[in-house]
Design a protein around this ligand. Structure first.
Ligand code: ZN
Length: 279
């Protein structure tokens, strides 16, 4: 008897497509991928606003097409990664940022966030959150490897002070240590299955323990060694741990869509007191 295994569809909300080859996207499609969010990255640093804007242009005009050729849905996330804030003329970049989102057809702001929690990083993050709120756009926020708890605390403070409701934020690269800080928040909780972050088994164990909650699986596939098949591997690991199919479906597919399409609703709530916060 031949058994046909049902492939669980997935959406990867964090891919640095400019660092991946065109051969990989059809392979992801075959493995069940329905779409990816192409995310702007640090790129080794940018000396000027023009360098960062050229990165945005490449993602929009070159990488988006490479992914679409594999018949995957594509969403574009643009923003200044904390390690990719231009070295000079930052204000020129910030001034042009809202126009760049429109010009390059972005539907998400990111990845943005804090790396060293400098005042400049905090200023740029606060501004980008404000722009996201004014455009009703979801946001993907990076959290660093080092001093993750401290950076998350500051990030949540800045988010609380911003006009953006927490439901529009995917707070990515979380791990078991910081879960107590974020579980009660209204942010989407990103679990990045990546050699420098979580293994498929780590991510599966978190979901097996906590249920779907607001977890969203991501891969952060990019220039550094990555798990191309982060999603299929983690789906298998969850199945081995007895996680129910509907729970798996939520964390690999449904929650990503909920995060992406929340933008159709009103996100700037006039009464700050009624706003759900991450604090
Ligand atoms: Zn990334």
């Amino acid at each position: 008897m031949i058994l046909f295994m049902e492939t669980i569809p997935f959406i990867d909300p964090h891919v640095h497509a400019d660092n991946r080859s065109s051969e990989e996207f059809p392979r992801l499609k075959t493995a069940g991928c329905k779409g990816i969010v192409i995310v702007a990255g640090a790129g080794g640093g940018y000396r000027s606003p023009d360098s960062l804007l050229d990165h945005f242009r490449r993602l929009s005009q070159v990488d988006r097409r490479r992914v679409e050729r594999a018949h995957l849905s594509v969403w574009l996330a643009l923003g200044a990664h904390p390690s990719g804030i231009p070295e000079k003329n930052v204000d020129t970049f910030l001034e042009f940022f809202p126009q760049a989102l429109k010009e390059y057809g972005a539907s998400v702001v990111g990845e943005i966030g804090l790396e060293h929690c400098t005042s400049e990083e905090e200023r740029v993050l606060a501004y980008e959150l404000q722009v996201a709120a004014s455009y009703n756009m979801p946001v993907i926020i990076h959290t660093p490897q080092k001093n993750k708890a401290q950076a998350i605390e500051r990030t949540l403070d800045i988010l609380l002070e911003s006009p953006l409701a927490s439901e529009y934020v995917l707070l990515d690269h979380l791990n078991r240590d910081v879960l107590p800080q974020v579980l009660s928040s209204r942010c989407w909780l990103g679990l990045s299955v990546h050699p420098a972050k979580l293994s498929p088994d780590d991510a599966a164990a978190i979901v097996a323990e906590h249920g779907p909650d607001r977890f969203v699986l991501s891969s952060d596939t990019g220039a550094h060694p990555s798990y191309l098949f982060a999603f299929p591997s983690t789906i298998s690991a969850m199945e081995e741990k007895g996680v129910e199919k509907n729970v798996i479906y939520k964390v690999v597919y449904e929650h990503a869509l909920s995060w992406l399409f929340h933008s159709s609703e009103k996100i700037i709530l006039e009464n700050k007191g009624n706003r759900h916060s991450c604090a």
